[in-house]
Structure formats: structure tokens, C-alpha cells
Design a binder for this molecule. Structure first.
Ligand code: SF4
Length: 120
């Protein structure tokens, strides 16, 4: 049986959850060391389809700072983060912007929008 370890980030206890994986089918056979059911769900999702929220900054003209923070409004598949960053690197904004303004709609067809996270 293969072992897959992941630190659960759902709460501050940070359990190190272990999955036992069938090497032939890649099926999850057993989940251990999670202190609650949320850790089981988190670890299985991390193994099957990990997702992350993209957070970064983009240049803005006419604001009180040269950069404004942005993030996706929901997690996107981890393998798409690099391409999403490349798209985000092309963005140039002009003040004023409001927190929650959509900068890129449905980024990479993920269903997530890239939005500003502050007014400027
Ligand atoms: S498994 Fe449960 S208790 Fe452990 S870090 Fe995850 S959410 Fe917290």
C-alpha cells in the first residue's frame, strides 16, 4: 500500500493525515491520524483534486500605492495556478477600484473570478 501524507489546514491543530493508497487502482483504502471527519475529506480532496486560492497583487495607476491585492473568489485547481498567474501578470488597473471588483471573470474557465481585495 502506498502512503500519502498531508497536513490538514482546516483548523489550527494541523493534523498530519495519512492516506493508504492502492498502488494499482489509486483508490484511497484507509485514512489515519485525522482528529475529525473534516480532515478525512480534506486529505482525500488533496489527493484527488487539490485546489488553492490564488492571491497576488497587480499594478494600478492613480492609486495611493503602486500595487493592489487581488485573489480568486474561490479555490482553483492547483495545476492551473501557474497559467492563472501568467494571465494575472498581464493585468493593469486604473484607480479607483472597489473591494470585490472583478478583474478577470471566470479565470481559465474555472468558475472563479479574480477580484480586488481592497478599495483604492
Ligand atoms: S483533521 Fe480535524 S482536528 Fe485535525 S487539523 Fe483537520 S480539521 Fe483540525
Amino acid at each position: 500500500m502506498d502512503k500519502f501524507h498531508v497536513i490538514c489546514t482546516v483548523c489550527p491543530l494541523s493534523c498530519e493525515v495519512q492516506l493508504d493508497i492502492d498502488p494499482n487502482t489509486q483508490d484511497v483504502k484507509k485514512v489515519s491520524y485525522n482528529r475529525c471527519p473534516k480532515g478525512k475529506d480534506y486529505a482525500i480532496k488533496e489527493f484527488i483534486a487539490p485546489e488553492r486560492t490564488l492571491t497576488t497583487t497587480v499594478p494600478i495607476t492613480g492609486g495611493i500605492h503602486p500595487l493592489v491585492p487581488v485573489r480568486t473568489d474561490r479555490p482553483i485547481p492547483k495545476p492551473l495556478l501557474h497559467d492563472a498567474m501568467k494571465l494575472t501578470a498581464q493585468v493593469r488597473l486604473t484607480a479607483p477600484v472597489k473591494m470585490g471588483d472583478v478583474v478577470i471573470e471566470n479565470i481559465l474557465d474555472t468558475g472563479a473570478n479574480l477580484v480586488t481585495t481592497r478599495n483604492m
